[in-house]
Design a binder for this molecule. Structure first.
Ligand code: C2E
Ligand code: MG
Ligand code: MG
Length: 556
């Protein structure tokens, strides 16, 4: 129904003078034709006179009540004193009869005009709703687009700044759906305080606002001003929370070929790019566009790569620094794409994490790595397998089920699997992380905190987390020998880890000196290029076999 009204609306209330004159003349012609028909068919005693309601209704509806009534009176007169009741017998109409008929005609014109007015008013409301954001009462995307359809106005536009909010879904989940409406209204008020009064504001999606700059305002300056002065803390039910905001900029130069729609799209791409790369203010350029296209392309290709088993795993050994024994192997994903080349697992897992694709990916990872571990176990190679997980993985309960399913299928004791989750991922939702990791640990699976030392400034959270090991990030290992602060971090991680009964693993050992120093510091385990690079499965098998033989020789 709504779409019908929107379709007819231009005809209903945007008809210009020309079309009104045309309508007027057509209706006048139709009326005279109707009068002729009444006459040639024999007079008003026959029902043809009712045909004349048609031009009256149309006139009332399209040309308004006044014109409708004029039409009604003229037609009433035409088929009144000037029209016999019966042409053949030349019987005239009685005056009350044609007067009454003219009265009916006028009434119909009035009703038709009134219903047109109601319809028009409804259409105005509908159009306003269509162009306005329901919650903030600001123009929405369509509203802004309609505003800049006007060429003169569009020429005044100097740029678009898009504000993209992060953690919107998390906030909605934590406080309820209505929170976002509160956040949006509050943000609108704050924007109005910070921006000049004539700035045009709109809400282009649930988590994005657009600021349209006119009067020579510079997009970059406005975005920088906002990034500095726009308040980002909100309070709901007395609980304060923070919403990160990213500002995407797209300047507009008069005469540029970009449409308004393209300008907003580009500003959105820039804001997204900023969000992905932690750049609060980010201007659009070809690179950002390439980036968003690359993301979409990767997402598309990755789906296929998973389905067609085109991904592979490399395995990197983890050894005990004291005994030089292999205690574990970390599986690291590899994807060589025909046109993109090698795509880093950091890049594609981050992209997959933003969609449901992370779940089929992780299921693939579980199947591939656990079946390999089962094979190694059959061949007498026994160690813990470490797998990298993102917290997003655990949002799908079937992923956890799948872990147990494969452990059972391949007959692998749960303690032979270690789940690595990064410190930053845990810090985002510590309560939830603790619950999930606890449930894994209860079943015997080991838990390690990956990239330890890079994410969280406070270490208190460690006490809340059920973990078995800390993997100290490679940046500390790399600079440990020349940088006393890095060494202090490793030293305290080892001390604290041991205090809490955790194993400490140093990542990124590249030299003998680093390995020896870590040994001296009391670090339990190590991993890095000095020990071995991540290897494809055949090489890893040979390496692990050789290592076992070497160890057996030493023991013998
Ligand atoms: P990570 O888990 O911290 O893995 C260690 C990364 O350091 C690996 O990079 C490894 O190749 C590299 N590395 C190991 N030893 C050395 C060294 O001595 N020197 C240097 N410079 N680098 C070393 P890679 O394979 O590119 O993986 C990067 C990250 O991607 C991983 O960091 C992990 O967070 C993520 N990742 C890899 N595979 C998966 C996966 O299957 N799922 C998920 N969610 N993430 C994965
Ligand atoms: Mg890892
Ligand atoms: Mg790491």
């Amino acid at each position: 129904m709504n779409s019908f009204f929107l379709m007819v609306s231009p005809y209903l209330y945007e008809g210009g003078l020309k079309s009104k004159i045309l309508m007027f003349v057509s209706l006048a012609f139709l009326s005279v034709l109707g009068g002729q028909l009444v006459y040639v068919t024999g007079g008003t005693y026959l029902p043809y006179v009712h045909l004349l309601y048609v031009p009256i209704i149309i006139a009332g509806f399209w040309l308004g009540i006044f014109t409708g009534i004029i039409f009604a009176i003229c037609i009433g007169l035409m088929v009144g004193p000037f029209m016999p009741l019966n042409v053949a017998q030349d019987i005239a109409q009685s005056t009350p009869e044609w007067l009454l008929r003219t009265g009916f005609f006028a009434m119909i014109a009035l009703l038709s005009g009134m219903s047109a007015q109601i319809t028009r008013a409804y259409l105005v409301v509908l159009k306003r709703r269509y162009l306005t954001d329901f919650e903030t009462k600001m123009p929405n995307y369509k509203g802004l687009e309609a505003l800049y359809k006007d060429e003169e106005r569009f020429a005044m536009l100097t740029g678009v700044v898009v504000i993209k909010m992060r953690q919107v879904k998390e906030v909605e989940k934590a406080f309820g759906l209505e929170t976002m409406s509160y956040v949006a209204i509050k943000t609108k008020e704050r924007l109005k305080e910070v921006l000049s009064p004539e700035t045009v504001l709109g809400r282009v999606s649930n988590d994005a606002f657009a600021i349209c700059l006119e009067n020579k305002e510079e997009a970059l300056k406005v975005a920088q001003h906002l990034s500095q002065y726009l308040e980002r803390t909100y309070k709901f039910d007395k609980i304060p929370f923070l919403i990160e905001m990213y500002f995407g900029i797209m300047p507009h130069v008069k005469g540029d070929s970009d449409s308004f729609r393209t300008l907003v799209k580009k500003a959105l791409v820039a804001a997204d790019h900023g969000l992905q790369n932690s750049l609060e203010v980010c201007a659009y350029n070809e690179e950002t566009q390439d980036f968003s296209e690359r993301n979409i392309y990767i997402l598309h290709e990755l789906r296929e790569a998973i389905e067609q088993d085109q991904l592979s795993l490399n395995y990197q050994p983890i050894i005990s620094l004291n005994k030089n024994e292999v205690i574990g192997v970390e599986a690291l994903a590899r994807w060589g794409h025909s046109t993109l080349g090698m795509v880093s697992p950091l890049e594609f897992t981050r992209i997959a994490e933003q969609t449901q694709l992370i779940n089929p990916y992780t299921k693939w990872l579980l199947k591939k790595s656990l079946s390999q571990l089962a094979q190694w176990r059959k061949d007498g190679l026994d160690f813990v397998l470490s797998l990298n997980f993102s917290m997003k993985n655990f949002e799908d309960p079937t992923v956890v089920q799948e872990i147990f399913h494969y452990l059972e299928e391949y007959n692998i004791p749960p303690q032979m699997l270690e789940v690595e989750v990064t410190e930053t991922a845990i810090a985002r939702n510590i309560g939830k992380a603790a619950d999930i990791l606890q449930s894994l640990r209860e079943k015997g699976i080991k838990v390690a905190i990956d990239d330890f030392g890079t994410g969280q400034s406070s270490l208190n959270y460690l006490f809340e987390l059920p973990v078995d090991a800390l993997k100290v990030d490679q940046v500390f290992t790399r600079s440990m020998l020349d940088n006393s602060a890095a060494e202090a971090i490793i030293r305290s991680a080892i001390m604290m880890g041991h205090e809490m009964n955790l194993k400490v693993i140093a990542e990124g050992i590249e030299t003998k000196k680093q390995l020896e120093h870590l040994k001296k510091l009391g670090c339990d385990y190590g991993q890095g290029y000095y020990i071995s690079r991540p290897m494809p499965v055949e090489l890893a098998t040979t390496w692990l076999d050789a290592k076992r033989t070497q160890l057996m020789k030493i023991q013998a």
